[in-house]
Design a protein around this ligand. Structure first.
Ligand code: G3H
Length: 478
């Protein structure tokens, strides 16, 4: 056809009546690679209506049948791992192996979700009245978990498939319908993922995928009266969404400034390996990336040397070649990262490598002796640049971590487990990892951020529960 990928509505692939498209720029070539439909508000209205109708009968579909369909999708996602990964490579410059892993991890997430769903939704509670003062045993209360309705899922560019299914699968197993708005970079990978749901044979209208410009349909989607819940992962947009959203449950995950605290008794080789993996995998474009190292002065030189040696071994280049460091997602992102680097240079940070950039490709950079007056001490680069702040007490490290407006994850390296637990308790973050880099997975673990990092908790079990509401029926005995 005209080379514009169609959007998905009423169980069909459609062209938008706008006649317009949105280009997807390949981060590596900085040239348009794909085009998707620029959908209109009328098209959004139509698929919302359908989502509402489809949800009603889906909620009545037996739980085991819903699970069966999800298991089918899980298998399809794995079968389609190659074409999905190819899209991820071209649209978001994800290294080819990581791109394939994203597809497989997504399949695993969907099947785990189906299994977890049949367990936790397959049981409710039974309460009796006489445990509360003044009551006889005349009221029996039955609880059930019922779906919310239409769930709007908005995943970010860095996991367009995995962070889509982490919203879609819990929503569907719980009896909800889904309207998906994928990120522009990653939209075609997401459409391919939706194709797997199409092939599995879900009812028409239950899942829709709408593409287009945020300016045209962004607010229209998030403020739509038919949306009963928003699950969003991304940046500051999430704060704006939560301010404008109506009286509906929100699940939000909005980035972090994950600190890595290194005590003087730490296994420095283990710490260095985790700092490099945590700080530089997918070129630092993960909300859970290590974004600031807080190291005790007594071991700082040794640690920095070890990290430097490992950074020197990172390969820099094309995602097609599975390089460790690949171009960041957009030119404006690269410019933002450069701004943080320039600021750190002006304020006297020590550059452990020379700063180098070609197009959107930024070579990995470790900045030592970073101080609190530098932007990089607080801001999230979402790129391969990692600041090291030298501390003279653990309290100083905890203080820096807690002074952040973010509170996603953090990590601490020490051989003293009691100290580690005390530090974990003191860190104001949703999760603290002891002796490992921050990470969301395994995907059934609770995943949540404090402060500007988010609202609610994710992870398979928590997401299923979040996308339901308790419904009670009380039997009154004479
Ligand atoms: O970018 C945010 C993701 O939720 C992080 O997931 O820890 O598996 O990379 P990850």
């Amino acid at each position: 056809g005209d080379g514009v990928f169609k959007y998905y509505s009423s169980g069909e692939w459609k062209k938008s009546s706008s006649g317009k498209s949105v280009p997807i720029i390949n981060p590596t070539t900085r040239q348009p690679h794909f085009k998707v439909q620029a959908c209109t508000q009328e098209e959004v209205n139509k698929l919302m209506e359908e989502a509402k109708t489809a949800q009603k009968s889906w909620a009545k579909t037996p739980l085991w049948k819903r699970a069966e369909l999800l298991h089918k999708v899980a298998a399809l996602l794995k079968e389609h791992k190659v074409p999905i990964a190819e899209c991820l490579v071209k649209e978001i410059a994800k290294p080819s192996k990581d791109a394939a892993t994203e597809a497989v991890r997504s399949g695993d997430l969907v099947s785990y979700c189906a299994e977890e769903g049949v367990r936790i939704l397959g049981e409710g509670k039974f309460l009796v009245s006489d445990s509360f003062p003044g009551n006889e045993r005349t009221k029996y209360c039955l609880t059930a978990k019922v779906p919310l309705g239409v769930i709007l899922a908005i995943p970010p560019f860095n996991y367009p498939v995995n962070l889509a299914v982490s919203k879609i699968a819990p929503a569907l197993i719980a009896g909800n319908s889904i309207v998906l708005k994928p990120p522009t970079q990653g939209a075609v990978a997401a459409l391919h993922m939706v194709h797997c749901f199409h092939l599995a044979g879900f009812p028409k209208g239950l899942i829709s995928c709408v593409t287009g410009r945020g300016s045209e349909i962004g607010d229209f989607l998030t403020m739509h009266p038919m949306v009963n819940c928003i699950s969003f992962t991304g940046g500051d947009t999430g704060i704006a969404i939560s301010k404008k959203a109506g009286m509906i449950p929100l699940q939000m995950e909005l980035g972090g400034k994950d600190a890595c605290i290194i005590l003087d008794d730490a296994d420095l080789d283990l710490a260095a390996a985790n700092i490099v993996k945590g700080g530089f995998s997918y070129s630092g474009q993960r909300c859970t990336a290590v974004k600031v190292v807080l190291v005790m002065e007594s071991v700082a030189n040794a640690l920095v040397d070890k990290v430097k040696a490992k950074v020197a071994k990172l390969t820099v280049g094309l995602p097609e070649d599975d390089s460790d460091i690949t171009p960041v997602v957009t030119e404006s992102s690269a410019n933002f990262i450069e701004g943080l680097v320039v600021d750190a240079k002006q304020k006297g940070a020590t550059f452990c490598q020379e700063y180098r950039r070609e197009g959107n490709l930024i070579w990995p950079l470790l900045l030592d002796n970073v101080r609190s007056d530098m932007r990089i001490a607080w801001e999230e680069p979402f790129g391969p640049v990692l600041p090291v702040i030298r501390i003279t007490s653990v309290e100083e490290g905890i203080h820096h971590c807690n002074a952040s407006n973010f509170g996603l994850q953090g990590c601490v390296f020490t051989r003293d487990i009691s100290k580690a637990i005390l530090i974990s308790d003191a860190m104001e973050t949703g999760t603290v990892q002891i002796n490992s880099a921050p990470a969301r997975g395994p995907d059934h673990f609770p995943f949540q951020g404090l402060k500007d990092s988010g609202i609610g908790s994710q992870g398979i079990t928590n997401s299923i529960n979040m996308m339901t509401k308790i419904k009670t029926t009380v039997i009154n005995l004479p």
